[in-house]
Design a protein around this ligand. Structure first.
Ligand code: M6R
Length: 367
């Protein structure tokens, strides 16, 4: 209950293990994944062979969509695009009956996302929605809805919405890989294992990072800028971390693909500037370490987020935050936890209304 936390945002961050369990309930079984809505959809639409997938969404839901793009592209052998809904509705590439559109919206009422969906339907594309709200406009207008079952999210900042959306996308990717015989089918057993322990791993992240993040938030109090860097899925996560810090702590936080720093942004790295370096993707770790060394050489204050026991990352950063190791596709769920907590504590330290940030609304019903 709210009194235990003081703010909806913290309450909702803490609710994530339970929210994820609800997303997985009755869908994740001992032997695989069952989403009857998706089976019905394929049966009715006879969409046996989509040629491309476009994921449309706004804000944090778009970041979940960008994660989904990388997962679906790896699991299926179909080009996948993650489009910003407000851009997509103005300009988009080819759309037809062979296109599968996945529209993601927590509220299901975001005007930009609904306009994108209408645009897609006009061209004959099939639409699967991922939403948290039954009877929302998005749910009503889509051919199929996968509900996230995150429970009400009242803080303006999306937290459990994001982690449950990624969870739903991973479930969907497993179902689609089976149906479409995607080359990622081989990854399914490992993904199932990771999904079975996901809620517990999120719980561990909360315990492992909360105090250290609370302390680091004090350091950000007199800072004007903060950078987040990462590669691959860690880059997308950096974008989400930056959005949260801008929204809740009014801190100028910017995310960069770590390898891009040398192409311009490195000029902004001065002694003491805080940099959060995400290094959760095992196959990109060596490159991530090189990028960390580059910012350290300019005397940035680097906090590394990596998996438990990674001594190589901890050796090159000022502070390290360990999180449990999971399948790479699920690391953006786990590593989101310290970033959400950072936005929350930084907002509190700076004295802001973390649940109702200025100039923003929970549901954007105008374009
Ligand atoms: O309800 P939606 O998922 O469609 O909302 C989309 C964005 O407005 C939302 O995710 C926004 O970016 C969050 N407040 C960010 O924390």
């Amino acid at each position: 209950n709210l009194q235990d936390y003081g703010h909806y945002m913290l309450k909702e961050i803490m609710e994530q293990p339970e929210a994820i369990k609800r997303t997985l309930k009755d869908r994740l079984t001992e032997s695989g994944v069952v989403i009857p809505e998706v089976d019905d959809f394929f049966a009715k639409r006879k969409l046996t062979d989509p040629e491309r997938i476009i994921i449309v969404a706004s804000g944090t839901s778009h970041h979940a969509g960008m994660i989904g793009k990388k997962i679906l592209e790896t699991m299926l052998d179909i080009p996948v695009e993650a489009a910003i809904a407000s851009e997509f509705r103005c300009e988009h590439g080819r759309l037809d009956e062979k296109t599968l559109v996945i529209a993601i919206s927590q509220s299901g009422e975001t005007a930009d996302t609904i306009s994108a969906l209408k645009e897609a339907k006009k061209s004959g594309a099939a639409v699967i929605a991922i939403s948290n709200y039954r009877k929302s406009t998005l749910a009503r207008k889509s051919d199929c809805v996968i509900y996230t079952h995150a429970g009400p999210e009242l803080a303006v900042a999306a937290t459990k919405a994001y982690t449950t959306q990624i969870t739903a996308l991973v479930l969907l990717s497993i179902v689609l890989a089976k149906k479409l015989h995607g080359s990622g089918e081989g990854q399914i057993p490992a993904l199932l294992d990771a999904l079975h322990s996901l809620a517990d791993d999120v719980e561990k992240c909360l315990v492992m990072t909360q105090d250290a993040i609370d302390q680091f938030a004090q350091v950000t109090n007199d800072q004007e800028h903060l950078f987040l860097i990462g590669r691959g899925l860690d880059y997308v996560l950096a974008l989400e971390g930056a959005l949260k810090l801008q929204e809740v702590a009014y801190l100028h936080a910017d995310a960069y693909a770590a390898g891009e720093m040398k192409h311009g942004t490195m000029a902004l790295i001065t002694p003491g500037v805080p940099v959060i370096a995400l290094a959760t993707q095992e196959h990109l770790r060596d490159k991530a370490i090189n990028n960390i060394k580059e910012v350290k050489a300019r005397d940035a204050y680097v906090v590394g987020i990596t998996t438990t026991g990674d001594d190589e990352v901890s050796a090159v950063v000022d502070e390290v935050l360990y999180i449990p190791e999971a399948h790479p596709f699920l690391m953006p769920v786990l590593a989101a936890i310290p970033l959400q907590l950072l936005a929350y504590y930084a907002g509190i330290v700076r004295g802001y209304d973390v649940d109702r940030p200025r100039n923003l609304a929970k549901s954007l019903t105008v374009e």
